[in-house]
Design a protein around this ligand. Structure first.
Ligand SMILES: Nc1ncnc2c1ncn2[C@@H]1O[C@H](COP(=O)(O)OP(=O)(O)O)[C@@H](O)[C@H]1O
Ligand SMILES: [Mg+2]
Length: 225
């Protein structure tokens, strides 16, 4: 299987209040294949969100390299990185970050329209993916009129609607009750696999984590099988 993303010796630190630096990731190595789902577990504060942000080009590491289909992408300028995030990557966070004044349909169609797709086609695609996520009857609701699980399913739709190569999900069900978390987990994994996307998933839930193709543990600043 072809490798789509590779992290090599990633080091990331934050400045600490006493002037030193706090090393969060000391040497992270990771390989993600086309269509593969990999979950990352680890205790709170171990650096999971930091790792995801670095891998998704949202945060610059101190050193190390990131290869996308064999090519280093860390040195791309901000504009190219933004383009790459828009075209090739999808994001789901613990809280949905949907725009409050727009319906589920509009929120889902937004990334397509930002990429220049015409409204009619964008709405058609958004509508289809919302249907597959069980939101057929909820498309015209604003986020405030949706349950937590419905909001997260809308976030899944918004992340997948552009057909990204890689989906980055940081505790996507972490704020949900058990029942809606289970629903969202099921639908997310199903949609990611059907769509042929790769996924890097951070979760607290060991059951959810174990349903990925591989589970890695982050501790002491490195990833372990
Ligand atoms: N912007 C930041 N500045 C300073 N420290 C940070 C910053 N972001 C995260 N940290 C620290 O880095 C560590 C790892 O955080 P995080 O990646 O959010 O862990 P996790 O997602 O595993 O809970 C924590 O100790 C956190 O306080
Ligand atoms: Mg986190």
């Amino acid at each position: 299987m072809a490798e789509i993303l590779r992290l090599e010796n990633i080091r990331k630190s934050y400045p600490s209040p006493d002037g030193d630096s706090l090393v969060i990731l000391s040497s992270v190595n990771l390989s993600l294949n086309d269509g593969e789902t990999v979950s990352v577990i680890g205790r709170s504060g171990s650096g999971k969100s930091t790792l995801l942000a670095v891998a998704a080009l949202l945060s610059q590491p101190d050193s190390g390299d990131i290869l996308y289909r064999g090519e280093s992408i860390l040195a791309l300028d901000d504009k190219r990185k933004a383009e790459m995030r828009q075209k090739n990557l999808g994001f789901i966070f613990q809280s949905s970050l949907l725009l409050a004044d727009f319906s589920a349909l509009e929120n889902t169609a937004m990334p397509l329209m930002i990429s220049g797709m015409r409204k009619r086609e964008a709405f058609e695609r958004a509508s289809e993916i919302l249907d597959t996520l069980g939101l057929k009857e909820r498309k015209n609701h604003r986020p405030s009129a949706l349950s937590g699980g419905e909001r997260q399913r809308t976030s899944v739709a918004r992340a997948l609607v552009t057909s990204p190569d890689i989906v980055f999900a940081d505790e996507p069900t972490g704020a949900l009750d058990e029942k809606s978390a289970a629903e969202v987990e099921e639908m997310l994994l199903d949609a990611v696999r059907k769509g042929g996307h790769s996924m890097l998933l951070v979760t607290h839930n060991p059951d959810f984590a174990s349903r990925a193709d591989r589970v890695l543990t982050l501790s002491g600043g490195t990833l372990h099988e």
